[in-house]
Design a protein around this ligand. Structure first.
Ligand SMILES: Cc1ncc(COP(=O)(O)OP(=O)(O)O)c(N)n1
Ligand SMILES: Cc1ncsc1CCOP(=O)(O)O
Ligand SMILES: [Mg+2]
Length: 366
């Protein structure tokens, strides 16, 4: 049957109702997508996800045009719509930005399902199209909502420990177990000379050691190892794979951190969608040597501009963490301040206390 004969086969009252249903569902879908796009654009500042959602809205419009938009408009009867007077208390309250996004994800999915089912009476092309859009949108919902759980966890982190065996005064497992027990928020496996099988074995050991703790596990440089050990994410520098390729490997549920040494790199990392950035090197480091230092001025610029979590790194410890806090940064990534410490618990707690002091806390920033 052609599109016209399908709609002409329906009794007039029924076809009028079908057009009203499709019109309402199309409006709900379009409005929900716009609300989600605004969140991604103005709150998450994520160009890639923003353009993906814009493309989905564009594709939606193409299938909507298959439904004879003029007929939809002609059959609209808002005055006669009994639904406009019905609302629940829950519909009028949102507890957070995430709530707004979650509610509108459901609105988009339900309206796409309505469009898919009722379009079958008019255009199988449109019905199939709406079905495919719904499947695509499920992936976006996962990225939007899981991204937030992930972001919530890294956003609460303040002391991030880089674990490198040769810097440890104790053996690396004891050092790791102590650091996790004593409350490091993130532990990163950072080894440059191990063969891949040993690196993976250590990553899996750390996954077991952190699984029932609040400590996030990050693997340095290697998304493949991060994937195989089910780490919480990976950290890549300017010379490793770019964000987009790492995201293709890890999917939406993992954290991706990027090293930055200047504001241009930091802006690029935010625009790409990084979950956090390292910022440094700040001071002279015994763990890694550098020919130049971004220093405290870079931290001040980062504190003033960058919206995602910023971890200062490079030669940071008890003796200079106050300067990092004064620069406006509330998170640090350290190696030897912890791996060489004889009083790990005291050091970790002292640095956390200094970092959480008033003038560098994000919520106090005007
Ligand atoms: C949290 C964090 N920040 C920065 C780095 C440095 O990463 P990179 O520049 O790739 O250098 P290597 O650590 O790979 O030598 C990091 N590892 N972690
Ligand atoms: C990997 C890395 N990147 C910049 S500094 C650094 C080493 C940090 O180690 P430490 O905290 O001992 O200086
Ligand atoms: Mg690296």
């Amino acid at each position: 049957m052609t599109e016209e004969s399908i709609s002409q086969d329906l009794p007039t009252l029924e076809s009028r109702s079908v057009f009203r249903i499709l019109d309402a569902a199309a409006n709900r879908c379009r409005e929900g997508l716009r609300i989600i796009e605004d969140y991604v654009r103005f709150h998450r500042n994520e160009e890639s996800l923003s353009s993906d959602l814009k493309q989905l809205r564009h594709d939606f419009r193409n299938y909507w045009k298959e439904l004879d938009p003029e007929q939809l408009l002609q059959n609209r009867d808002t005055a006669g719509d009994i639904g406009t007077a019905i609302s629940t208390a829950a519909e009028n309250v949102r507890a957070s930005l995430l709530d707004v996004v979650a509610a509108n994800c459901k609105r988009v999915e339900e309206s796409l399902r309505t469009l898919e089912e009722y379009s079958k009476l008019i255009s199988t092309t449109a019905a199939r199209g709406f079905e495919q859009l719904r499947y695509r949108f499920y992936g976006f919902e996962q990225e939007l909502l899981l991204e937030n759980q992930r972001k919530a966890r890294i956003g609460q982190a303040s002391v991030y420990f880089l674990l490198t065996e040769k810097t440890c005064v104790l053996n690396w497992q004891t050092t790791a177990e102590q650091a996790i027990t004593l409350g490091v928020d993130v532990i990163q496996l950072r080894e440059k000379e191990l063969d891949d099988r040993e690196l993976l074995a250590r990553a899996r050991w750390l996954r077991d050691a952190t699984r029932h703790s609040s400590t996030l596990l990050i693997i340095n440089d290697r998304p493949d190892i991060a994937l195989l050990c089910d780490a919480d994410g990976v950290h890549v520098g300017q010379e490793e794979l770019c964000y987009g390729d790492v995201r293709k490997l890890l999917g939406p549920q993992k954290l991706i951190g990027i090293s930055t040494h200047n504001m241009e790199q930091a802006r690029e990392a935010v625009a790409a969608g990084a979950d956090y950035v390292g910022a440094g090197p700040t001071f002279l480091s015994e763990t890694k040597s550098f020919s130049e230092f971004a220093g405290l001025e870079f931290l001040r610029q980062m504190a003033a501009e960058i919206s995602i979590p910023v971890f200062a790194i490079g030669g940071i410890g008890q003796e200079n963490v106050e300067e990092v806090a004064q620069a406006g940064i509330s998170r640090i990534a350290v190696c030897q301040a912890i791996s060489q410490s004889q009083q790990m618990g005291r050091i970790i707690q002292e640095m956390k206390n200094i970092l959480s002091s008033g003038n560098n806390r994000e919520e106090n920033r005007v």
